[in-house]
Design a protein around this ligand. Sequence first.
Ligand code: SAM
Length: 230
Amino acid sequence: MATDRRDTRLFSQLFYRSRGSEPEEYAKWYFNNLIWQDTTWMGVETYKSPCDMWNYQEILTQLQPSLIIEFGTAFGGSALFWANVMRQIGRPFKVLSVDISHSLLRPEARRDPDVEFVKSSSAAPEVAERIKQLRKEYPGKVWAILDSDHSMDHVLAEMKLLRPVLTAGDYLVVEDSLLNGHPVAPEWGPGPYEAIKAYEKEFPNDYTHDTAREYKFGWSFSPYGFLVRN
Ligand SMILES: C[S@@+](CC[C@H](N)C(=O)[O-])C[C@H]1O[C@@H](n2cnc3c(N)ncnc32)[C@H](O)[C@@H]1O
């Protein structure tokens, strides 16, 4: 596992005095300048932070999952990224990417043979059924990432839908928990961050936070959102 570097920045202590607020300032700069809307993977729009994507491929390489579950497809850039990384890892896998609309989905992503694009609400019971089937076809660990409707109620519904589907050692990332003042968009209202808190209140023993990964690059679109199923 990655080491937690918050207190071990020897190089930084020797050559640079951090004010401590740089990661937060960078998160605000990246988010508020909408750089994430102009970020692409292999030419396809991908609404992510490059630091998170680098982090994710490191986790995937270590986790070696066989099934990727993505809620929120949009243009398909992130689905393509999962498929590209997983092909390099080299074990049999499937990517399931769910979205209520395919109006944005790019042909370059749509034609990827290892991605199953499903048009549905991510909170629909059929989605859980499809995941259960795919788990049988692709036995092994699951990497799941929630990046659809960023309201608290919807994210909480997604987490509850995954509750009977994920098993010990599976990885769940709850994206965009930086909304609602964590540290961006303070006017957003209850979102993914609040959904994680509400879920943990109801099911306190389900997940362990992978804080080393969360803090590795200093900032993330998913603060408090790197979760390993117990
Ligand atoms: C932030 S975008 C996804 C970005 C994509 N994962 C990426 O990294 O490029 C959010 C997507 O969630 C979809 N969405 C909104 N509500 C949804 C719902 N209830 N179920 C599934 N998808 C939903 C939207 O249609 C939109 O395409």
